[in-house]
Design a protein around this ligand. Structure first.
Ligand SMILES: *Cc1c(COP(=O)(O)O)cnc(C)c1O
Length: 481
């Protein structure tokens, strides 16, 4: 939580005590080079034993609370009718006001079920921005994802608070062009992940709902990061300063026809669900739940995780929890910015994002700008980030590259997991890298999977730049660090 210091600066002070720790290790520069070469310059393929600070994602890596861990110990293991499920149902109803709950093993499983039931071949699915698994599922069902963001969304150096907004004129155009029948639903993602965790405003969300309702189109809220979304509305939107996180979350859920989420983010567990007030929607999805996920009272989740989710969903309504990662990201971004590093502004939820195009202006997109920066940061710090750029896109049916709108290095800040000293360390190393950016030369694939290639693809460093970068690093810091 940001606390104002006597010099006026804000410090993201941790509002928790550390009770259990996992030891981590800083591998030497030579060890990092070896690990990166073996991983094909793909940070997904690193083993955690070779990673000092795991900033790949906030997914399933958040610190759980003592109450969450405690709840796991009293899980009721049953194939059908587990008490743990009813606790989760009560929590979802209490926090979201949504009585009908369909548990799923992850967020993407919820997307799969929605695609199965609501996306027909030839449909279009308008949304503020896609998420990788969302697009994959809706496309596999025969739909086309239409991103109808505002012009400001792609400006990485912006002062616009709500880059996750939908351009409502574009939404009206989509309705005019395709007709409501061909629109599966309109999807709003809370703090658009791939735009740098950028929120939408409540005003925009309400406008989208108004248009959707007038045209008989369902509004689907991807609520994976709803706690951060609510926090940004409270911080940034007129009229919400005095509203609690719980009230804002309730309002967000109340407006949607369908809410789904990945519990791995705001809820700090591993699981997911679809929730709705509409029994008709619940009834159409329910028969498919046991086919793909599991019986209606566990949906592929372990009962332990279901218990922890029931606690996590209530905890994420606390101000100090909702702000825990967002405030640290703001600090992270500001520290980098003062050192001249091009970060995405305003800072968003989930991660600090570096604009790789501005960091590495001489590398063409065909040589994977963001992926190059991601592997370089690992080599010089042991911090593992994630590429969110062209490597995360897919080739078109003719095999041509689809260049990403943005080339970002995402340095995720899992909730309550890392300390400020660790953030300061990464800031220092990235600043060092900026002074040696000329050494980075881009990457080429030598193994390229046909779908979601960023997970398993392997690349080579052009002109062996990885080894040269590590040499320069050792000249400055010695062989141990
Ligand atoms: C993580 C995420 C998903 C997918 O959820 P998983 O639990 O990883 O399957 C979907 N949407 C958003 C916005 C996410 O952040």
């Amino acid at each position: 939580m940001n606390i104002r210091l006597s010099n006026g600066k804000l410090l993201p002070v941790e509002m928790h005590k550390i009770k259990i720790v996992q030891q981590t290790r800083l591998p030497s520069a030579d060890e990092r080079l070896r690990a990166m070469e073996e991983a094909g310059y793909n940070t997904f393929l690193l083993r955690t034993r070779d990673v000092f600070l795991d900033m790949l994602t906030d997914s399933g890596t958040n610190a759980m609370s003592d109450n969450q861990l405690g709840a796991m110990m009293v899980a009721d293991d049953a194939y059908a009718g587990s008490e743990s499920f009813y606790k989760l149902q009560d929590a979802v109803n209490e926090v979201f006001g949504l009585p009908y709950l369909l548990p799923a093993h992850q967020g993407r499983a919820a997307e799969h079920l929605l695609a199965k039931v609501l996306v027909k071949p030839g449909d279009v699915v308008p949304m503020n921005y896609h998420f990788t698994t969302t697009k994959a599922h809706f496309t596999l069902a025969g739909g086309t994802v239409l991103e109808i963001f505002t012009d400001e969304a792609l400006n990485t150096d912006s002062k616009e608070f709500f880059k996750g907004n939908i351009d409502t004129d574009k939404f009206l155009d989509v309705i005019k062009t395709y007709g409501s029948e061909r629109i599966s639903f309109v999807r709003m993602e809370a703090t658009t992940n791939l735009l740098g965790g950028q929120p939408f405003s409540m005003a925009n969300y309400k406008k989208v709902k108004e248009i959707a309702a007038a045209n008989n189109i369902k509004l689907v809220l991807d609520a994976s990061l709803i706690s951060e979304q609510a926090y940004f509305i409270k911080q940034r939107e007129d009229g919400y300063k005095d509203r609690s996180i719980a009230e804002i979350i309730w309002e967000l859920a109340d407006i949607a026809d369908i809410v789904y989420l990945s519990g791995r983010k705001s809820c700090a567990v591993r699981g997911g669900f679809i929730a709705t007030k509409r029994k008709d929607i619940f009834d159409t999805i329910l028969p498919w739940l046991p086919v793909y996920e599991g019986f209606a009272t566990y949906g592929g989740m372990s009962t332990k995780e279901i218990e922890a989710m029931a606690v996590g969903i209530r905890e994420m309504t606390q101000y100090s929890v909702a702000s825990s990662s967002a405030d640290m990201i703001q600090y992270f971004a500001e520290q980098l910015k003062t050192r001249g590093i091009p970060v995405v502004t305003p800072p968003g939820g989930l991660a600090c994002h570096i604009d790789a195009r501005r960091f590495l202006p001489d590398i063409p997109p065909s040589k994977y700008i963001a992926a190059s920066l991601t592997s370089a940061v690992y080599l010089i710090s042991g911090a593992r980030g994630m590429e969110r750029g062209t490597m995360s896109e897919q080739r078109d049916p003719d095999g041509n590259e689809v260049f990403s709108d943005l080339e970002l290095l995402r340095l995720a800040v899992p909730r309550r997991t890392y300390t400020l000293a660790q953030i300061d360390y990464v800031v220092d190393r990235v600043a060092w890298l900026a002074n040696h950016r000329d050494l980075i030369k881009g990457l080429i694939f030598y193994e390229e999977p046909p779908i979601l290639r960023f997970f398993f693809g392997k690349m080579r460093a052009i002109d062996n730049w990885g080894a040269k970068l590590v040499e320069a690093f050792k000249n400055d810091f010695g062989p141990e660090l």
